[in-house]
Design a protein around this ligand. Structure first.
Ligand code: F0G
Length: 442
């Protein structure tokens, strides 16, 4: 045993409230003030940070999925599970960090690295949070789980629920979820409800349903999801030999990741795992940018939802992000910022990430587009050490990619302009004849 923890608890994040609840209570927001909840620990580590870092690292070579998992090998930093036999895992995490020279040059940086969360079992960062969310569902004896989703949360929840033998109900905006993601939810056996509305409608409805029924809600408003997502940056710091970079850049939608990253960095700093804070930069698509608006406003006490959020990066087509208060706190902790990017910038950045041999889904490419803007405006310096998080796999949204490379990308309904395939790689057509093929190639 290397830690000696007191009992974890849930705590309302609202200053002046900070109401506490036991972690076995099925609760998503504060009963007194409706504030968001943190899973809180009075960390009392009996080993030094250096000893723990060595143990985290040794577990990577272990035989069992649980021990090796890129979430559970860091379990002393998210110690809400005492009975490890309850853990539901698909050996998630342990995702690589790639250097990306072409993308770096495109953005105007000396160097740039991507941590690719798209290389998770279901192809997105959601798996880091779903293993902890579904494990908590198992601890509570839940039979059925539910979420609203732009596609990745539902794919991940469906897979982990299938592993755990739970029923899964996913609520998605009809016609707005990329096919790769929809196909996963169907294949993993979830009940898929296509709502005639947008993500925000689906989110509102599933929250009401979770209050009135036995469905256990697994959106990122559930604080146990965020405990797992903390390990994305914990592992990132490990991969950097626990030397924080200057910048961590990520896309922002419902703002669960932004919230989780800030909490992880704050806790790692407090526990002396890192000795300085990186700055966080959150990037939103300009047609779905309520957090950007909030960040630029003098009154940060209330988020004004975007009524008709719109972007072809459907993963982040969200107008009313539930975790905005935690996300704001993350920016305070890390001296962070928010930037917006256009549809054209996202599309070109995505093609550039492909040219590095990496690839990602559209929402993830908002990072590179945002970095390019921030370098141009002088906020990020050319020599700065920057790591961007690619949140989803290239194969999640093939229609978008093919549309870009064949100049047939669907109309962008925010600006009503066609997206240009500035870096398009068009296929060539040739008769089934060697000479004709040679002519087509050279
Ligand atoms: N990138 C991808 C690929 C996503 O799927 C999401 C969110 C985000 C970025 C934004 O992350 O919400 O933590 O700010 N997808 C959710 C879903 C909303 O339902 O799959 P966030």
């Amino acid at each position: 045993m290397i830690t000696n923890q007191s009992t974890p608890y849930l705590r309302c994040i609202e200053a002046g409230c900070e109401e506490r609840y036991p972690i076995d209570e099925r609760i998503y927001t504060c009963r007194r003030c409706a504030g968001l909840l943190d899973v809180q620990y009075d960390f009392n580590l009996s080993s030094t940070a250096d000893e723990m870092k060595a143990i985290f690292n040794e577990r990577r070579a272990a035989r069992t999925e649980l021990e090796r998992s890129g979430v559970w090998r860091f379990r002393e930093l998210l110690p809400f599970v005492t009975d490890l036999s309850r853990v539901v895992t698909l050996a998630e995490g342990n995702t690589p960090i790639y250097t990306a020279p072409r993308s770096a040059e495109y953005a105007g940086l000396d160097r740039l690295r991507f941590k690719h969360q798209g290389l998770n079992p279901t192809g997105s960062f959601k798996d880091n949070g779903m293993t902890t969310g579904v494990t908590q569902a198992a601890r509570l004896g839940t039979a059925a789980v539910a979420c609203a989703s732009t596609g990745n949360t539902s794919a991940s929840m469906a897979a982990y629920a299938a592993r755990a033998g739970m029923r899964a109900f996913v609520f998605i905006p009809a016609g707005e979820v990329a096919y790769g993601k929809l196909s996963q939810s169907l294949e993993y056996g979830a009940k898929v409800v296509e709502i005639e509305g947008n993500f925000d409608d689906a989110m509102r409805l599933v929250r009401e349903l979770a209050d009135e029924t036995d469905l256990y809600l697994l959106n990122s408003i559930n604080p146990f999801r965020l405990e797992g997502q903390k390990t994305i940056v914990i592992e990132m710091m490990e991969q950097c030999d626990w030397q924080a970079p200057d910048w961590i850049v990520l896309p922002g939608g419902n703002l669960g990741n932004t919230s989780a990253f800030g909490k992880a960095l704050h806790e790692m700093r407090e526990l002396r795992f890192i000795d300085r804070m990186p700055r966080m930069a959150v990037i939103q698509a300009e047609g779905a940018a309520p957090f950007y608006e909030l960040f630029g406003s003098s009154d940060k006490s209330k988020l004004r939802p975007a009524a008709r959020p719109s972007t072809l990066a459907t993963a982040i087509r969200i107008g009313n992000p539930v975790s905005w208060k935690k996300a704001l706190r993350s920016l305070e902790w890390t001296n962070g910022i928010v930037e917006i990017v256009t549809e054209q910038e996202i599309a070109d950045a995505k093609a550039m990430i492909g040219r590095d041999g990496i690839g990602c889904e559209p929402a993830s490419a908002a990072t590179l587009a945002g970095i390019k803007r921030l370098v141009t405006s002088g906020v990020i310096g050319k020599p700065d050490n920057v790591i961007a998080v690619l949140t989803g796999n290239l194969l999640k949204d093939p229609s978008y990619t093919i549309g870009y490379h064949t100049d047939e990308i669907a109309l962008d309904d925010y600006t009503h302009r066609q997206i240009k395939g500035n870096f398009a790689n068009r296929p060539v057509r040739a008769a089934a004849d060697k000479d004709q093929i040679k002519r087509a190639l050279f």
